[in-house]
Ligand binder design. Structure first.
Ligand code: NAG
Ligand code: NAG
Ligand code: NAG
Ligand code: NAG
Ligand code: NAG
Ligand code: ZN
Length: 478
């Protein structure tokens, strides 16, 4: 039986306008230019007029991927984009209780898979980040180069966290908060962070050229309190819908910076013995459907959003961009690539292609080999349960084939032309895991040092609490 904790509610307090603890470094748009550099800005990139740009809506999901949670995510994404393709979402995946066969299914259907650490800890070590990346690649077959994003558990990041994701080759972080005055379009960290200026990251010497920050866009409730994640826990469904709509209109009729809906699917999924969340879920679904009925509203992954940011086109040209297409590959036979007919309700796969990896605390499917022992933080991808000579052996996705086209049983790439060709040039995994084992030792030292010197930060946070200028982020432990 899976155990959920939905009691841990952590409030992050953003008080930048009052405390002005730190300020963002200046950024010169004459030298910081697309596609590799973009200054923080409230207005759309490349001088585009708000009325001409798409209104992007990003629906993101956090924590483990399980059958019931995936079903909830699919219910939220059950709308179409203006080009007829289904809405896509991003999932920031932590490892415990995750069913990797379902991660692969999510990825194969055009959604984004991103890193949310192995054990879901705040201030993660390099190994926490590398281990999740390794497992998503090994057991869900997601090419390393397609795992582009990171979100810190509890949104609790430091300069070290951001330096680490740059080192491991991630394209972006999305852990910071944008309230009204700093609802910046995504920007690069060439001149450092410009959000969360109540902490010591903004205004520090952190400079990460070419790494993007996608602020999480908060909404103000009817008390004027900024709400960030799981906003449906902050009032009656009709109240939440009313202030969500008002905030959406602020984006849509304003500078059209992206609008975010940030979900822990456990909070919208019913479990025996816990509160019935059906009416909250129905309200979110109907809010999303009302957005879908407006012109120029596009539901995209954070990865798609960044593809547009690097080469912004008017809304009228978005439908034809390669990254907005949704044709699924037809490989001519049923292979284990995430596009088998998986019945979510009963968690049964049509074919018998999946392996079932069964450990005391975890039980998950995969198209690849099960590990011989349960993955741990220090050893996230243990030796395979079967030898290469075994007829049941599965072949790992190679760097020159996207898993959509990879038959792990035959060990064959079914893509034979440039349209589907893939060449993964990301920072290799073996290097990361090997190096980060050493690096995590230094990481621990650094962590202890920063805990000792955290008094100032603490005082700032408590001061923020007293002032009550909060961004409420209901997050859960798992
Ligand atoms: C957040 O980070 C700070 C500084 O590293 C740490 O002291 C604190 O325990 C973290 N909180 C959580 C919830 O992880
Ligand atoms: C999968 O579903 C499609 C459409 O529902 C169907 O045409 C196909 O036969 C199914 N394949 C298997 C192996 O069940
Ligand atoms: C590329 O190859 C795949 C599979 O081999 C095929 O389904 C697809 O139609 C091909 N595309 C083009 C443009 O030839
Ligand atoms: C993949 O990309 C790397 C780096 O750009 C290049 O050296 C290599 O030749 C490419 N491989 C293929 C098969 O295109
Ligand atoms: C890992 O360590 C090796 C050998 O020390 C080094 O060549 C490589 O650049 C390192 N990789 C990273 C990502 O730091
Ligand atoms: Zn989380």
């Amino acid at each position: 039986m899976k155990v959920f904790s939905i009691t841990a509610v952590v409030a992050l307090f953003a008080t930048q306008s009052v405390l002005a603890a730190t300020t963002a470094a200046p950024c010169d748009p004459n030298t910081c230019k697309l596609p590799s550099c973009l200054c923080p800005s409230l207005t759309p990139p490349n001088g585009l007029q708000p009325k001409d740009v798409p209104q992007f809506v990003t629906i993101t999901f956090d924590d483990s991927v399980q059958a019931e949670l995936l079903a909830t995510a699919k219910d939220l994404l059950n709308v179409k984009n203006p080009n007829g393709c289904a809405a896509k979402g991003s999932w920031y995946v932590s490892m415990l209780y995750t069913n990797f066969a379902l991660v692969q299914q999510w990825y194969a259907n055009g959604n984004e898979v991103a890193d949310h650490t192995f054990t879901h800890v705040g201030t993660p070590s390099s190994q926490e980040i590398a281990a999740a990346r390794a497992m998503l690649n090994q057991y869900a077959g997601v090419p390393l180069g397609k795992i582009k994003g990171f979100r810190a558990p509890f949104l609790n990041y430091t300069t070290d966290t951001l330096r680490e994701i740059a080192k491991q080759g991630f394209q972006y972080d999305t852990s910071s908060t944008g309230v009204v005055d700093d609802c910046y379009w995504p920007y690069t960290l060439d001149n450092g962070l410009a959000n969360d200026c109540w902490n010591n990251v903004c205004g520090s010497d952190l400079k990460l050229p070419g790494v993007w920050e996608i602020p999480m866009y908060a909404v103000n409730d009817n008390q004027g309190t900024a709400q960030l994640m799981d906003v449906y826990l902050s009032g009656s469904p009709s109240d939440v819908t009313a202030w969500s709509e008002a905030n959406f209109e602020r984006h849509y009729n304003g500078n059209r910076s992206p609008f975010g809906i940030y979900v822990h699917p456990t909070h919208l999924t019913n479990y025996a013995g816990l509160a019935d969340m059906s009416s909250q879920k129905a309200a979110v679904v109907s809010f999303i459907q009302s957005l879908a009925s407006k012109p120029d509203v596009w539901f995209v992954t954070n990865e798609q959003l960044l593809q547009w940011m690097q080469n912004p086109v008017p809304a009228s040209q978005l439908a034809s961009q390669p990254y907005m297409q949704c044709t699924l590959p037809n490989v001519g036979k049923e292979i284990c690539n995430g596009l088998e007919n998986i019945s979510i309700a009963s968690n049964i796969v049509s074919g018998s292609l999946l392996n079932n990896c069964n450990f005391n605390t975890a039980n998950w499917g995969t198209c690849f080999n099960c590990p011989a022992t349960e993955p741990t933080l220090d050893n996230p991808t243990p030796n395979n349960a079967v030898a290469e000579s075994d007829p049941k052996f599965r072949h790992a996705v190679p760097s020159n084939c996207d898993s959509l086209w990879w038959d792990p049983i035959a060990g064959q790439c079914l893509c034979s032309n440039t349209t589907c060709a893939y060449n993964d040039t990301s920072v290799p995994l073996t290097t990361i895991v090997a190096n980060s084992t050493t690096a995590s030792t230094t990481g621990k030292v650094a962590e202890e040092t920063s805990v000792k010197s955290a008094a100032a930060t603490m005082a700032t946070t408590l001061f923020g609490l007293t002032l009550g200028m909060g961004v409420a982020a209901a997050v859960m432990i798992l």
